[in-house]
Ligand binder design. Structure first.
Ligand code: DOR
Ligand code: ZN
Length: 410
């Protein structure tokens, strides 16, 4: 089908890829295909997006969020359950999945919330959902946090996980004892909040930690069996960007010092996953201090540019944006260009560097903290063998129950 410089088994090879029935049938130096310019990388998986919709459709919808994902070279997103209504029961889960089925431009899965209200029934809820859908994880679990309905105490977390089998738990680790309210939030949400929460959680069980923003927390997790993700904003932005971003600067966990961000970027190889924490809010909401940055469309393009500049390695990027998310969350058939996998790949012409402009992006929230940053956007994004940049309708799929058997046990 196509030929070019394919990232295959950890290196670039000049090869063709043949596709049949949405899956990769053959990869080889003699396999014929239409020559493409640039590099062919596995399409990305973003394990942390907030696609809002329902009562917050003015910020983002499943349709606009997955559209942004496809223009950013992402073939699968994991949506977070801190929506309105909160995804804390099978009823809300099923409603959201029903909507997603007709609306998604890329493949889609949804986490289940664990809260102080549903922890007693969580195992039963999970079982009911699993008869129909693949639940990638429980969480992001907020440690007794200001998102009122979505908070949990360490003791409750301990009780809940004793009933939870074979499911990954993802944690938003910020301990409320070190968090105050105020603007800009980086002056009020201390590093200690993250470090202490991680430390405490590690005494309870193994987890997947969302958006780690400090060296101290990263090193502690690397000394354990747990895994963690980093975000583009904690690696590339810092409290210095307050001057530029002004009222839009709030994000949880907050931006840290330039030194901290530089350390995280330099140690990108230590992270397990790169995820965007795409958290769209309108500028109006940002003016009132709403925390969060959009990022699902800009993550892969910015990082491909960083790899082309040799600031990070392509091998690390592909591992953190594709193969590790597939392995850690259990997405069989995703994450690598290899025979038998879905034909999900993105073509990036490394010479085609563009400045990011909010007006060119597809999220409904209409702004980006990366205005003016250099990036390499994909020219083609293949989802199960079809270049979805050429298709206007939503053609993604929601992940069904069949993936469940593949999950490693936790
Ligand atoms: O900045 C954030 N925004 N952090 C979170 O944990 C939640 C997210 C959101 O949903 O807006
Ligand atoms: Zn989040």
């Amino acid at each position: 089908m196509i030929r070019g410089k394919v990232f295959y088994r950890g290196e670039f090879i000049e090869a063709g890829i043949e596709v049949d029935g949405g899956r990769i049938k053959k990869i080889g130096k003699l396999v014929k295909g239409k020559e493409v310019r640039g590099v062919i990388l596995p399409a990305g998986i973003d394990v942390h997006v907030h696609l809002r919709d329902f009562d917050e459709a003015h910020k983002e919808t499943i349709e606009t969020g997955t559209m942004a994902a496809k223009y950013g070279g992402i073939c699968l997103v994991v949506d977070q359950p801190n929506t309105r209504p909160v995804v804390d029961s099978e009823k809300v889960y099923f409603e959201r999945m029903e909507k997603a089925k007709s609306d998604v431009h890329v493949d889609y899965t949804l986490n289940l919330a664990l809260t102080n209200s549903n922890f007693g029934e969580i195992a039963g809820i999970l079982e009911k959902i699993r008869s129909r859908y693949f639940v990638p994880a429980v969480g992001e679990v907020f440690i007794q946090h200001s998102n009122d309905n979505l908070q949990i105490r360490y003791e409750t977390l301990r009780l809940a996980i004793s009933n939870l089998k074979n499911v990954l738990l993802t944690i938003h680790a910020e301990d409320p004892a070190y968090v105050d309210t105020g603007f800009p939030n980086f002056r009020f949400r201390k590093k200690e909040a993250e470090v202490f929460a991680v430390q405490k959680c590690l005494t309870i069980s193994n987890f997947h930690f969302c958006h780690i923003s400090t060296r101290d927390a990263a090193e502690r997790i690397c000394n354990s069996d747990s895994t963690f993700e980093v975000t583009p904003h904690h690696l590339l932005l810092s409290t210095d960007d307050y001057r530029r971003l002004g009222y839009a600067v709030n994000v949880n966990p907050p931006l840290r010092s330039r030194d901290e961000a530089e350390w995280l970027l330099k140690h990108f190889h230590m992270a397990d996953i790169l995820a965007s924490d795409h958290a769209p809010h309108t500028l109006e909401d940002k003016k009132s201090g709403a925390p969060g940055f959009p990022g699902v469309e800009t993550m892969y393009p910015i990082f491909v540019h960083l790899a082309a500049m040799r600031i990070i390695r392509f091998g690390d990027l592909v591992e953190k944006i594709a193969s590790n998310p597939a392995r850690i969350f259990g997405f069989r058939g995703y994450g690598e260009i290899r025979v038998g996998n879905y034909a999900n790949f993105a073509v990036f012409d490394l010479k085609n560097v563009r400045k990011i402009r909010a007006e060119d992006l597809h999220s409904r929230c209409d702004w980006t903290p990366y205005e003016g940053f250099n990036a390499v956007f994909p020219d083609k994004v293949y989802l199960k063998g079809t270049d979805v940049l050429e298709v206007a309708e939503p053609t993604g799929e929601v992940l069904g129950a069949e993936f469940q058997n593949y999950k490693k046990s936790f």
